[in-house]
Design a binder for this molecule. Structure first.
Ligand code: AP5
Length: 212
């Protein structure tokens, strides 16, 4: 099953993506994580992406589609994948659709996480992430060791107030049109209220995915 997670920054795509991928026994592929690893490793791709990401702007579509081509062709994605943050512009949605069609595959569900803007800002301002496995945490101080892998928790540069504001603007201007695109193309799009208990949100997501 191929699932695309949509939603504004801080909606819980990373948090829920991990849980959904585990339940479906498929990998979670997050373009944000792939790009942050490239930055840490100092690759050409990472260096090119860094300034866009720090400002909270989108990395060019060609870079994202290149990453997607590679990851979808990998044997680990043969049974499906949970795609976190991948389709952020209409050209990306069209590119992914064509790429999958060439492989005889399709997106089975688009899940849209809905969270009020005030809560998004609050979540992002209080978030730390592991510098190694990228797991996000809430209310845990930077410098703490990651309980999952022993990495160090850090604040993301794009979680500074100015970047958060820009990311929300960019979401409205460039990613919300993808929702209209899904509707026009009659894609299987399900909206989920993504506030409150994490287990309840995961259950709602799984129900939406497994319903015919
Ligand atoms: P990316 O890393 O994808 O960031 P994002 O989309 O802005 O999303 P976030 O990671 O900030 O939030 P999330 O929805 O995953 O929420 P999380 O689970 O962490 O992208 C970063 C950058 O990379 C982009 O700005 C862009 O530059 C570039 N990029 C990536 N993909 C791209 C693409 N396709 N095209 C172009 N550029 C691209 O949760 C947030 C916090 O809330 C956490 O602390 C968490 O613990 C907490 N939380 C989660 N759920 C709940 C809940 N139910 N209640 C309370 N707190 C909760």
């Amino acid at each position: 099953m191929i699932v695309v997670l949509l939603g504004p920054p801080g909606a819980g795509k990373g948090t829920q993506g991990e849980r959904i991928a585990e339940r479906l026994a498929v990998p979670k592929i997050a373009t944000g994580d792939v790009l942050r690893s490239a930055i840490r490793e100092g690759t050409e791709q990472g260096l090119a992406a860094k300034s866009y990401m720090d400002r909270g702007d989108l990395v060019p579509d060609s870079v994202i589609l290149g990453i997607m081509k590679e990851v979808l062709a990998a044997p680990s994605a043969s049974k499906g994948a949970v795609l976190d943050g991948v389709v952020r512009t209409v050209p990306q949605a069209e590119g992914l659709w064509m790429m999958l069609a060439e492989l005889g595959r399709k997106v089975d569900r688009f899940l849209l996480f809905d969270v009020d803007e005030d809560e998004l800002v609050q979540r992002l301002s209080g978030r730390t992430v592991c510098d190694s496995c990228q797991t996000p945490y809430k209310g845990v101080e930077p410098g703490t060791k990651c309980p999952k892998c022993g990495g160090t928790l850090v604040r993301r540069k794009d979680d500074e107030p100015e970047s958060i504001r820009n990311r929300l603007e960019v979401y409205r201007a460039q990613t919300q049109p993808v929702i209209e695109w899904c509707k026009e193309k009659k894609m299987a799009l399900v909206e989920i209220k993504a506030t409150g208990d994490l287990d309840e949100i995961t259950d709602l997501a799984m129900k939406a995915l497994l319903e015919p």
